[in-house]
Design a protein around this ligand. Structure first.
Ligand code: PLP
Length: 357
């Protein structure tokens, strides 16, 4: 059985050797040495101004909305994981969807202005599959209408755009270190902002608002990463280049072998150093997708429909039609892609798809 993704597990002894440091220190959470070391390593690897490690990739979205004091409507994309939308609703704001670009699959920046009302406070967009949004256009719109910008960059570990980490764009960016993501800590995530003041605010928010043991700076929640999570991150970290190279190889074979007028691939925005995080393939229609998926399943390959269902159809929201996002959601299948995926498996997957076209 070949799943859509497979968690990279470092050699267990290496994980245990790092865990032993937590045992020796008798310290397993509340920002011990391992969390701090992981933050330092990631800060220089990613070349970011500030990083705050968190316990998952969803709380950072909620904390970002809280820290920017957003109210009313937040413009967002329907083509993302549910956490992007649910965080907006959880924080008492209303998601206002804007359709996506048919090639880049990110929010269509040319349709954002038409969705702005006097209640709009921010744009929360996803760099979907690690492909950057049009960050320049979004920044111009945000300036013009005095809006905040948050990027759900859960898929973006290692992505740079125009020579700079993608996490440096927007007011705040978030990432996920979930076991299915490129770099992981089992469960985990991070917050990024280049603004020092805002970073302090995020820090307080993620630790109950604590200012020392007996004082509080303001409202907070608990989103701290534990030492056990950081130990996993520190033992995955040395393998990052290998992980990336393995994925790149698989993507190159898919790209080469999957050439057919019925198939569309994601267009990576120019200026991007991509991270090979997903391999979405857009079929002619849903019928073709379902037939090919069945055939792949019969052979033991389990690609997955990302992102389906589409977020504007969530049952706790008013349903507004998003023509392009809906049709892309119906026709997109993410093919198996992970570090140790063998070349011969990639070729067999391509053969099955090509035979069905
Ligand atoms: C994975 C993911 C999240 C949530 O991250 P968790 O670490 O699972 O909480 C949020 N947004 C997107 C786009 C994701 O893919």
């Amino acid at each position: 059985m070949i799943p859509v993704t497979k968690t990279f597990l470092p050699p267990q002894e290496e994980y245990q050797a790092i865990l032993k440091r937590a045992w020796d220190a008798g310290w397993i959470t509340n920002r011990g040495g391992l969390v701090k070391e992981l933050e330092e390593k990631l800060k220089s690897y990613l070349r970011v101004s500030n990083i705050l490690a968190t316990t998952n990739g969803t709380l950072p979205l909620q904390i970002a909305i809280k820290a920017l004091e957003l109210k009313g409507e937040i413009i967002t994309t329907p083509f993302s994981y549910v956490a992007t939308t649910s965080s907006i609703v959880w924080e008492g704001c209303k998601p206002v969807f804007v359709d996506i670009h048919p090639d880049y699959l990110t929010i269509d920046e040319t349709k954002i202005e038409a969705a702005i009302t006097e209640k709009t406070s921010a744009i929360l967009a996803t760099h979907v599959f690690g492909n950057p949004c049009n960050v320049e256009a979004i920044e111009r719109i945000a300036k013009k209408y005095d809006l905040k910008v948050i990027y759900d960059a859960a898929h973006c570990f290692g992505v740079t755009y125009k020579g700079k980490s993608i996490f440096e764009y927007g007011d705040i960016s978030t990432c996920s270190f979930h076991a299915t993501k490129i770099f992981h800590t089992g469960e985990g995530g991070a917050l990024f902002t280049k603004h020092k003041e805002l970073f302090h605010k995020l820090f307080y928010h993620h630790n109950f608002g604590h200012k020392g043991q007996e004082d509080f700076h303001g409202l907070g929640i608990n989103a701290k990463m534990s030492e056990l999570q950081a130990a996993m991150g520190l033992s995955v970290f040395p393998y990052l280049d290998e992980i990336m190279a393995g994925r790149r190889k698989a993507v190159q074979i898919y790209n080469k072998l999957l050439e057919h007028p019925d198939l569309k691939k994601i267009k990576i925005r120019s200026g991007t150093q991509w991270n090979y995080s997903y391999y979405p393939l857009i079929f002619k229609d849903e019928k073709q997708l379902l037939e090919i998926r069945d055939e792949l399943n019969k052979a033991g390959f389990y690609p997955r429909r990302y992102f389906y269902p589409i977020l504007n159809k969530l049952n706790y929201l008013e349903n507004k039609e998003m023509i392009l996002a809906e049709s892309i959601s119906e026709c997109t299948l993410c093919l198996p892609l992970f570090f140790e995926l063998e070349e011969k498996i990639v070729k067999r997957i391509c053969l099955i798809i090509n035979n069905m076209l």
